[in-house]
Design a protein around this ligand. Structure first.
Ligand SMILES: Cc1cc2nc3c(=O)[nH]c(=O)nc-3n(C[C@H](O)[C@H](O)[C@H](O)COP(=O)(O)OP(=O)(O)OC[C@H]3O[C@@H](n4cnc5c(N)ncnc54)[C@H](O)[C@@H]3O)c2cc1C
Length: 342
């Protein structure tokens, strides 16, 4: 029997979008099966692309390599879907102490760090309205990815072209045999699970995150800022503020505790009115060792997961790396191979 497709994907968050586009660009016949479910990460992601671990002032894992792939990938998506998605925007790290300010200066002596960060100050009227007795540092190679716009644009196109099937797929609906996989009347030599926090993948550690969309009239912040929480300007006096991290009760949805935590952080730096627009929650598909989880889980099934709290930065690299492995037979980087949790 000929296959209906070259590859099937389950799940269409950032992982599924990046992989479907990467594989389609290699002229493969791809079909995605997805049903948007409560708690999915990509729909609520703040979309901050930040190559620095601000807590420790060090580059995030493979930051330069990932950035070099993420920027061109999202610019290509923007072009393909004729929708603004990728917004390079400096990120101001407002120092909580003089010690942090000193550490920033010190870290800038490192060549890789110096390419990604600066001392500012940024000339932004909104930023000057936020108290900063110890000043701020600048993450230069930061960006904001409009994940909702990307998911919407991808959905519209892939549905219209019959390459997206919107339904929940139960685990017993997947039939694997020597030659390939059959699901929901479709068949292919390979199925890739991109099901995020919903997956039963070894090594996965789901983490709840909450965030707010608020209106702060008079702030007029034109850059992203971080002071305990990220503040992302959306225009029209609206901002995304996030996020929290919780390892228990991860599927609870938005909580009063999460809202209070975020509002408290904001009230410490903005004395004007904070009008609530939306309170959202989702579950990050983190890995126990904070690395992506990629590779074959059976002969005919593979996984792309573990994007954690940096899905926007990681997804394009992971998609390209997994495609190289599955299609061209290139070896998987041992740091990301799912075999490490076997
Ligand atoms: C509050 C919050 C803020 C965040 N902020 C940022 C940020 O600023 N920057 C950043 O880079 N990352 C951020 N993240 C992390 C980012 O959202 C994730 O890394 C990324 O979205 C994970 O994508 P995914 O595709 O693996 O999972 P998901 O986005 O959850 O996608 C999985 C998809 O698979 C579908 N699915 C699963 N099982 C089935 C099934 N059986 N049948 C049908 N469909 C199925 C789900 O419904 C869903 O649509 C944040 C996360 C949260 C929760």
């Amino acid at each position: 029997m000929p296959f209906t497709h070259d590859i099937l994907l389950l799940g269409r968050g950032l992982a599924g979008v990046a992989l479907s586009e990467t594989l389609a660009a290699r002229s493969l016949r791809v079909c995605v099966i997805d049903a948007p479910q409560e708690g999915r990460a990509s729909w609520v992601a703040a979309g901050v692309v930040n190559p620095i671990v601000l807590r420790r002032t060090v580059p995030s894992w493979r930051a330069s390599e990932l950035l070099a792939i993420a920027g061109p990938f999202y610019r290509e998506m923007q072009h393909r879907y004729e929708t603004p998605l990728w917004h390079p925007l400096p990120l101001a790290e407002i120092f909580p102490t003089a010690q942090e300010a000193g550490l920033w200066q010190l870290r800038m002596r490192d060549e890789e760090m110096a390419r990604m960060m600066g001392t500012g100050p940024l000339n932004d009227a909104g930023l000057l309205r936020l108290p900063q007795p110890y000043g701020h540092g600048v993450v230069l190679r930061a960006a904001w990815l409009d994940t909702k716009a990307l998911l919407r644009a991808h959905r519209d196109r892939w549905l219209a072209e019959g390459r997206l099937i919107e339904r929940v797929l139960g685990p017993d609906e997947i039939r694997e045999h020597d030659g390939g996989v059959e699901v929901a009347g479709l068949s292919a030599p390979m199925l890739v699970h991109c099901s995020g926090p919903f997956a039963q993948v070894k090594g996965l550690l789901p983490v709840r995150g909450e965030g707010l969309t608020v209106r702060m009239r008079g702030l007029s912040l034109g850059v992203m800022a971080h002071r305990g929480v990220f503040i992302v300007p959306l225009g029209d006096d609206r901002y995304r503020v996030g996020s929290t991290f919780a390892w228990d009760n991860v599927w609870s949805g938005p909580t009063e505790e999460g809202k209070r935590y975020l509002l408290d952080k904001m009230q410490r730096i903005w004395s004007g009115e904070i009008e609530m627009v939306e309170h959202w929650a989702g579950v990050r598909p983190a890995a126990q060792d904070r690395r992506p989880i990629l590779g074959r889980i059976t002969q005919r099934q593979a996984v792309l997961n573990g994007l954690g709290s940096r899905g926007a930065l990681l997804a394009p690299w992971c998609a390209a790396h997994l495609a190289d492995h599955l299609i061209d037979g290139k070896p998987l980087d041992s740091e990301v191979g799912c075999a490490r949790f076997a």
